[in-house]
Design a binder for this molecule. Structure first.
Ligand code: GLN
Length: 265
């Protein structure tokens, strides 16, 4: 079962996100670099105390420093991060975003900074051994993500679409699975690894990669100079080891929180 601490943390984080949404009218006065994210996706973005931290945040902090601006991170639903860029509410979206054709029609993507894939999480005792067994299973995914795209393209038929449940974040999907409401969760590999690390006695993480994806930062198509700076920073952080260090630091932080405070929201 998910611990009481985890439940409490999920409630507090959701409440904080709602508060942030309702007060989220940050002034775009040119002094701020406003970045939209969904802060329940360790190690890319997650809450540590009252701060949002993670690999995406480290990248964007460096971009802000280079531009002489203050980084302002807006926490919202994953479905909204690209919309915030399109409506001018944010300068960029940094949220473990997979580059897809659909999204590329709307926003400009930076160079990729990591390769990723979707993985399957199941409860101990499940009969699922791989992707070929997903048909006719009740599957939980985070809404608006490439996990859902994968299912739509490869698994769901008109008859089985009702078997898919979408959740605001992967840990709520896992919560539903442990409560017996879905059979399987499909989720990006790094958060899946973190969720597994959080519940090794109850979960199994299958290692078969279902997809091949690249994460990148999204900006408006009308903002090539911001895109250039982001690309410069990504290239630099890749070549001088800062990006690898950011992964090490944030994974360790997210895991250390697992023992005291849950990493999932
Ligand atoms: N990489 C996935 C996507 O882009 C999920 C991202 C997320 O949930 N933060 O759809």
């Amino acid at each position: 079962m998910i611990s009481k601490k985890m439940l409490l943390w999920m409630i507090v984080s959701s409440f904080a996100a709602v508060l942030c949404l309702s007060c989220g009218k940050t002034e775009r006065d040119g002094q701020n670099l406003i970045v939209s994210t969904e802060a329940t996706f360790p190690p890319y973005e997650f809450r540590s105390g009252d701060k949002i931290v993670g690999v995406d945040i480290d990248i964007m902090q460096k971009v802000a420093e280079r531009l002489g601006k203050k980084l302002v991170v807006e926490d919202t639903s994953f479905n909204s991060v690209i919309t915030h860029v399109l409506t001018g509410k944010a300068d960029a979206a940094a949220s473990g975003i997979t580059v897809t054709e659909d999204r590329s029609m709307k926003v400009a993507f930076s160079e990729p900074y990591v390769e990723a894939c979707q993985l399957i999480l199941i409860p101990k005792g499940s009969d699922v051994t791989g992707a070929e067994m997903l048909k006719n299973k009740r599957i939980g995914v985070q809404e608006g993500t490439t996990a859902y795209d994968y299912l739509r393209e490869n698994v769901i038929t008109d008859k089985t679409s009702s078997l898919i449940s979408q959740f605001p974040n992967p840990s709520l999907a896992v919560e539903a699975m442990l409560a017996g409401k879905v059979d399987v969760v499909v989720c990006d590999q790094d958060p899946a690894r973190m969720l597994y690390a959080n519940n090794p006695d109850e979960l199994i993480l299958l290692t078969e990669p279902l997809t091949k994806e690249s994460y990148a930062i999204a900006v408006g198509k009308d903002n090539p100079s911001l895109l250039n700076t982001i690309n410069e920073v990504i290239r630099e952080m890749k070549s001088n080891g800062e990006l690898a260090e950011s992964f090490r630091k944030n994974e360790a932080l997210a895991k250390s929180m697992t023992s005291e405070t849950p990493v999932s929201k």
